[in-house]
Structure formats: C-alpha cells, structure tokens
Design a protein around this ligand. Sequence first.
Ligand code: DGP
Length: 115
Amino acid sequence: MPASAYDRSNIFARILRGELPCRKVYEDPFALAFHDIHPKAAVHVLVIPKGEYVSFVDFTADAPAEMQAGFWRAVAATARALGVEPGFRLAANTGAAGGQVVFHFHVHIVSGPRT
Ligand code: DGP
C-alpha cells in the first residue's frame, strides 16, 4: 500500500497525537508502546513508530535508516520493560488480507498464556 494511503484519522495516529488515551509501556523519539485494548495473551503490547507508515511493507520501504533502527531497538526496549525477554512472539499483520485492521504500522509483542 503506498504512503499516500496513510489516513491521519486512524486510531493509532490519534493515540500518537494524544487525542485518545493508551496504557503506555515505553516511549522514545522513534516509537510508542502501549497495551492492546483486546489482549490475546497475558502480555499483549503494541509498538508503533512515530511516523506515517501504513504497514510493515511501507515502513521498511520508506522510513529512513535511523528511524528503522530506532524502531526495532524500541521494540527490544519494550520487551525488556515488560520482562518478557525469555520468550515472546512478534507479529506484524500486514495488509487487510494479512489481518491488519489498523493502518498505522505496528508490531504485536505477545507473551504468556492466551486469554
Ligand atoms: P491488527 O491491525 O490486526 O494488527 O491489530 C490491531 C490491534 O489494535 C488489535 O489487536 C486491537 C488493537 N486496538 C484497536 N483499537 C485500539 C485502541 O483504541 N487502543 C488500543 N490500545 N488498542 C487498540
């Protein structure tokens, strides 16, 4: 999906702008991490970049190298903050056909028993 398709009214854009609340886990200049509103496991956190990227494909194609490195380091820092480093799953649903519902790129960190 091209960058031009980014919709600034999507839910995660509104969370980033502070228009909607979230249960924050971690934040730095590159990313914000917060608890998923519909957790699928004991730990279920979303990490989103601070930029207008629709999906994983869009992010990896268009984000500057510094942003890409900063984002993935933020994912690791979030896992450390959650204490899940011994074992967790990373998922990035990509495109409607891949189960993506919110079209601001995000990674799910999932750990522990399913809820
Ligand atoms: P997906 O686009 O399918 O990778 O998943 C989007 C996830 O976002 C889904 O697990 C539920 C979560 N979600 C949707 N709306 C909100 C919201 O307003 N706040 C939070 N914290 N999570 C949300």
